[in-house]
Design a protein around this ligand. Structure first.
Ligand code: BMA
Length: 318
């Protein structure tokens, strides 16, 4: 396959000039780092549910709210959702990387997060109606599995979830889709989008970034590809499009990454060369991704959704 310069992205997502928007210095209590936030709108405010790493190395989730999604963040004075290992032993080493989905049917947000158990990372769910009180639903995927998010609607009466299991017997780690009648019991597991092989930027290991976004063209998927190099891993982002009625069908997938570590706050930090969004918010035509930079801070980049859709429609069919 040839490289097609006509379909090179220029800059789809433009960084906010005052990035990063949140760091550990903004936190009302001592923490090591603040990154990989889930995102949603609550009462007309942007709400980021950030992963916050304490100085033991364990993470919890903490909410930050702002009217414009850029400045004047009000941060909860204490952890919003803290690991509860006494009751939920899978949370022994913390909870990480929340993806937040509003489920109209239930009148609830579902938070899919990584629980870091002694047996490895796994997927847990919690629901909330206010980001103050949460109901835990416990683990829904055994270890090792992470990068999960729920679709906001049901398909033929079933919820659907994207996630990324890690098989012991293969170096390749793909994005899977699974279905559930009740958010608790999951089945019909299948590979949705495989990691590529060889020299590709997204060879061997990929994972969902933000939750699937419903658009006029289908479900827009933002995912990360992890490239292993002699200098360490590079986390970059690609796009895909799924059929609106049948999310097991991948319609398009970008050959090129569309966003990668370029700025100092993305290239250096606790884990350098990482951009890692767990949420995005659409406002009119503005699509904002909220992402962790180098496992240390939170930043935002904004694209025009219509340009993103124009781009993905020019990407190869699957
Ligand atoms: C992944 C997750 C992310 C993290 C990334 C880079 O496996 O743990 O939370 O940002 O690695 O360290």
């Amino acid at each position: 396959m040839r490289y097609n310069p006509d379909n090179c992205y220029r800059t789809l997502f433009k960084r906010y000039e005052a990035n990063p928007i949140l760091t550990c210095l903004d936190w009302p209590y001592p923490v090591n780092s603040v990154f990989n936030p889930g995102a949603t709108m609550v009462n007309n405010q942007y709400l980021l549910l950030a992963r916050v790493e304490d100085r033991r190395g364990f993470s919890h989730l903490c909410a930050a709210r702002s009217a414009n999604g850029l400045t004047d963040w009000e941060i909860d004075r204490q952890p919003t959702l803290a690991p509860w290992p006494e009751r939920y032993p899978e949370e022994t080493w913390g909870i990480e990387d929340p993806r937040v989905t509003w489920i109209e049917d239930l009148g609830l947000w579902v938070v899919a997060y990584t629980a870091y158990s002694e047996a490895g990372p796994l997927v847990s769910l919690a629901t909330t109606k206010d980001f103050i009180n949460f109901q835990r639903h416990g683990p829904v995927m055994p270890p090792e599995d992470k990068d999960a998010a729920i679709f906001p609607v049901k398909f033929k009466g079933r919820y659907a979830m994207l996630h990324r299991p890690v098989p012991a017997s293969s170096v390749r780690k793909h994005i899977w889709i699974s279905f559930s009648p009740d958010l608790k019991h999951w089945g019909d597991h299948q590979v949705l989008m495989p990691a590529r092989t060889g020299g590709w930027w997204d060879a061997n290991k990929i994972g969902l970034s933000s939750p699937p976004l419903e658009t006029s063209e289908g479900w827009l998927i933002l995912y990360h590809g992890v490239r292993e190099t002699v200098g360490g891993c590079l986390y970059r982002l690609g796009l895909a499009l799924l059929d609106k009625e049948d999310p097991t069908r991948v319609l398009r997938r970008s050959d090129q990454w569309i966003f990668g570590p370029e700025e100092p706050y993305e290239k250096s930090g606790d884990v350098g060369n990482v951009v890692f969004p767990c949420g995005w918010i659409l406002h009119d035509d503005d699509l904002s991704i909220f992402y962790g930079g180098a496992d240390s801070c939170v930043a935002v980049a904004i694209a025009s959704l219509s340009e993103v859709l124009e781009f993905i429609k020019r990407c190869p069919e699957r």
